[in-house]
Design a protein around this ligand. Structure first.
Ligand code: AMP
Ligand code: GLY
Length: 428
């Protein structure tokens, strides 16, 4: 079949890499894609939010499946747009409906959903301009640290963990009164701080049945030892050593099943990936957030680990056979290490020449996934903060990390930085 993939990051390069291994994939188009996806399919210069142009392209190219990488088009209703037009209603669009995508698009919506279905999460309250004074009082008696979250999408920047009441009050004022995150922070969720280790679990659902396709631990801070500013993710490992059967059973019983049943009970149409952002608090899982897509760079480890054919799996979402699919994983451990531009996550230079991608990719034990890259003539240059990530396999986690770093040492660009301690808590 002909497939259209939407997005242009490392996640989409990994999706393209995995989908083109399937004999069910006849042609792959990526809108807009990057130089990495261009090696696997045809990049098409269409904006991810230009639904009409995407629809027209899908019709012209007899597309049968649309895989949506990033959250923005999902929250903006791409699923419904395709479903409601006669010319595209038959296409299998992988992603939730606009209504269901609010699980990521609105923190308050996801909190209410979890409360209705008894899903463990941090206690919270929500405030707008209408109960602003009440919010200030709530903060002044709240135990420290205090977590403040902009309700809407804020490009991963809308969460503030305040260590003092003063800091929390200042952030609260910035968010609500001064619209620090625009309309996204007109409503603010204030929640209890959860102490523990984070882990992300990924499921694929048709709204009724589900399959767990992997899990990963992401390293979000820029500095080694988890210090410094938050980033989109500096690396990942999978599987995660503490994800044993006991913990996974709790995740399934308390989080995944009530979530999927919740979709069914509330008529939330959901045919896509669910990203459960969890905190392991002394062996008990709590939901920090839902995302309605795969993670980046989590995808770059979970897809190389997944043995099952991804296109068949995605087709099963549409034809009612998801329950019957057998999910299999490759042996060993996987790690991905992200190379970023100097200055990231602050401002950084662009258009810096990258050397060595081909040499690194020749190493059969590793895969280079491009993220923020572009073409300058024939040469690949940096275009973003997170430039590329190298995924490798190993017998154990530390071997996988070492293999990824070794492959990464073949790649150079001015100012290139990567964390050398991915997986540091798991020394075995
Ligand atoms: P989010 O945008 O919801 O993923 O939040 C960004 C990051 O903030 C998470 O990955 C956690 O590291 C942290 N975080 C969010 N909520 C909490 C919480 N209630 N307790 C502790 N850390 C949190
Ligand atoms: N790496 C975190 C995310 O994709 O949201």
């Amino acid at each position: 079949m002909n497939i259209l993939l939407i997005g242009s990051g490392g996640r989409e390069h990994a999706l393209a890499w995995k989908m083109t291994q399937s004999h069910h994939c006849d042609a792959l188009f990526i809108a807009p894609g990057n130089p990495g996806t261009a090696t696997l399919g045809t990049n098409v210069a269409i904006d991810i939010n230009d639904f009409e142009a995407l629809r027209q392209f899908a019709v012209d190219q007899s597309i049968e499946m649309v895989v949506v990488g990033p959250e923005e088009p999902l929250v903006n209703g791409i699923f419904d747009f395709f479903a409601q037009q006669e010319s595209t209603a038959h296409i299998n669009v992988i992603g939730p409906s606009k209504n269901a995508a609010q699980l990521e698009g609105s923190k308050a919506f996801s909190k209410h959903f979890m409360q209705r279905h008894g899903i463990p999460t941090a206690s919270y309250a929500e405030f707008t301009m209408d109960n602003y004074e009440e919010g200030k009082k709530y903060i002044s008696t709240h135990p420290l640290p205090i977590v403040l979250k902009a309700d809407g999408l804020a490009a991963g920047k809308g969460v503030i963990i305040a260590l003092s009441h003063e800091e929390a009050l200042t952030s609260f004022e910035e968010m609500i009164q001064h619209q620090q995150f625009g309309a996204a922070s007109a409503k603010v969720v204030i929640e209890q701080f959860l102490e523990g280790i984070e882990v992300s679990v990924f499921a694929l659902t048709d709204g009724k049945n589900y399959q767990i396709i992997g899990h990963a631990k992401d390293y979000k801070r820029i500095g080694e030892g988890d210090t410094g500013l938050n980033t989109g993710g500096m690396g990942c490992v999978s599987p995660v050593p503490f994800m044993d059967e006991t913990f996974m059973d709790k995740v399934i019983q308390r989080v995944i099943e009530p979530t999927i049943h919740g979709f069914e009970k509330e008529n939330l149409e959901y045919k896509g990936f669910v990203f459960f952002g969890l905190m392991n608090c002394g062996g008990e899982p709590y939901v920090i957030e839902y995302n309605c897509r795969l993670g980046d760079p989590e995808t770059e480890v979970i897809l190389p680990r997944l043995q099952t054919d991804l296109v068949s799996l995605l087709a099963a979402v549409d034809n009612g056979t998801l329950e019957d699919v057998n999910i299999e994983f490759n042996e060993g451990a996987f790690a991905t290490v992200m190379a970023v531009s100097a200055g990231y996550p602050g401002s950084y230079p662009k258009d810096i020449k990258i050397n060595g991608i081909e040499t690194a990719a020749k190493d059969t034990k590793s895969i280079v996934f491009q993220a923020g890259t572009g073409f300058q003539g024939d040469h690949i240059v940096t275009k973003g903060g997170r430039v590329l990530t190298v995924t490798a396999q190993g017998k154990q986690l530390q071997e996988a990390v070492k293999n990824a770093q070794k492959a990464l040492s073949n790649i150079q660009f001015d100012g290139m930085y990567f964390r050398k301690d991915i997986g540091y808590e798991f020394p075995a």
